[in-house]
Design a protein around this ligand. Structure first.
Ligand code: AMP
Length: 437
């Protein structure tokens, strides 16, 4: 048997349905805030990520799926989408269009991390970027949009952690202070931190080793090194959050795992997630687009990425209606049954059954919400009524419509409700009504 690759997984129904539903909730809210979708390729040139995400990050250092194409160009399966969206912003001169560019994306990302619960090597992100401005109100509206999305899907209990990582000069001064503070203590830290203390001390703050945390808590805080512009920006943003009644926690040691961030950095966490508690993360990256070729003054940007795998797992845990349990632990019918199974009894019933299916689907499609559409399937005409009923019941359909020779001739069809066990007869034209379509 050939199995799926380690750290990757197949999303089967019903889980795939949860993904789709969350995605559609997100799309609806994003549209309200003026975002439109961008789809970039899954493969990019490796240098896009080394230059934007940063050579010293875990992602670029050890997690990318990179390979040489047949012409020896080094290509990489995207580990994240911001770099690609910014590349597209620059390449298609979106900076030249009036107003801000508000773009969202949804799709798979690839990182060769150590697999564990909530951490996969192919995972899904839905994210958004606003490019072309750096006013704090942009950051505010992005955070408001996320808070609204989480509230709307019923995920009470989120926490917004907020920090400012300042601009390049602030971080330069801070790095010096950090290096000095790390010098006497780094010997007691993990091997990664000892290396980072030399190469990129900011990354030390990102360390997840519990033993290193007490040392990290004593290190200087970046917020004390912000220049006036960055401090004002951060204060302005906090003022807007307070006015908008969006709760947040100021988290002076929050840094994100990618090098391109400046000023605002944030994470939404959820206690139901355990060790991998970040539902989504993001921040401002005012230099990235210019580094990738945008003209001066057009490159400021901010964005976030929601981990859909984690969002689905918390969402299911907190909001999924637990299927009602019977004494034996089996789920009750009324909770889980849905859809219509048409049972043609013999070959002559097949064409009428296909016709009825067509009609029922059309009536169902008249409903506005596509996610509320009811499935209509046609069983194998070679099966006997008893077999049809067994199959429909085991596959958790709610309704079975029997189409035998007699029923077709009289145009009066037998409809069985598998949830209640009730059976009734209806003229062909009334079936849809009875089925609630
Ligand atoms: P990042 O792109 O690292 O800022 O991550 C943004 C969000 O994506 C995180 O908050 C997670 O929810 C999710 N995420 C990142 N890496 C993984 C992974 N390996 N498996 C599942 N979700 C992930």
């Amino acid at each position: 048997m050939i199995t799926v690759i380690k750290g990757m997984r197949d999303l089967l129904p019903p889980e795939s349905g949860w993904f789709a539903q969350l995605e559609s909730e997100a799309r609806a809210i994003f549209a309200q805030y003026g975002f439109a979708e961008i789809r970039t390729p899954i493969l990019e040139r490796t240098e896009l990520f080394t230059r934007s995400v940063g050579e010293e990050t875990d992602i670029v250092g050890k997690e990318m799926y990179s390979f040489a194409d047949r012409d020896q160009t080094s290509l990489t399966l995207r580990p994240e989408a911001t770099a690609a969206v910014v590349r597209a912003y620059v390449e298609h001169r979106l900076w030249d269009q009036p107003g801000l560019a508000r773009l969202y994306y949804s799709g798979p990302m690839f990182r060769r991390e150590r697999p564990q619960k909530g951490r996969y090597r192919q995972f899904f992100q839905i994210g958004a970027e606003v490019l072309g401005g750096d006013a704090p109100q942009i950051d505010y509206e992005l955070l408001e949009m996320l808070a609204r999305l989480l509230d709307r899907i019923g995920l009470a209990g989120w926490t917004l952690k907020l920090n400012s990582v300042g601009c390049a000069q602030d971080r330069e001064r801070y790095q010096q202070a950090l290096r000095a503070a790390l010098e006497p203590v780094k010997g007691g830290m993990c091997a990664d931190c000892q290396r980072r203390a030399e190469t990129n001390p900011l990354r030390v703050l990102d360390c997840k080793h519990p033993e290193d945390q007490p040392i990290i808590a004593t290190l200087p805080a970046l917020q004390d090194y912000l220049d006036d512009g960055c401090r004002n920006h951060f204060e302005q943003l906090q003022k807007l959050l307070q006015a908008g009644k969006i709760e947040y926690q100021n988290e002076p040691r929050l840094v994100r795992g990618l090098d391109y961030y400046s000023r605002t950095a944030f994470e939404f966490q959820h206690r139901a997630l355990g060790a991998q508690n970040a539902l989504l993360g993001g921040g401002r990256y005012d230099q990235l687009a210019e580094r990738l070729g945008a003209p001066k003054g057009t490159g400021a940007g901010i964005g976030f990425a929601i981990g859909l795998d984690r969002l689905v797992s918390v969402w299911r845990e907190l909001t999924a209606p637990a299927p009602a349990q019977t004494d034996t632990g089996a789920t009750t019918d009324a909770e889980t049954r849905t859809g219509i199974y048409l049972a043609p009894l013999g070959e002559p019933a097949l064409i009428p059954a296909l016709e009825l299916a067509r009609q029922l689907r059309q009536t169902g499609a008249g409903k506005k919400r596509t996610d509320a559409m009811i499935a209509v399937v046609v069983g194998d005409a070679a099966l006997a009524a008893k077999k049809h009923l067994q199959l429909a019941s085991r596959a958790h359909y709610r309704w079975v419509v029997l189409l035998g020779e007699r029923e077709i001739a009289s145009r009066e069809l037998t409809v069985k409700d598998l949830a209640s066990g009730n059976q009734s007869a209806h003229v062909w034209e009334q079936v849809a009504l009875h089925l609630g379509l």
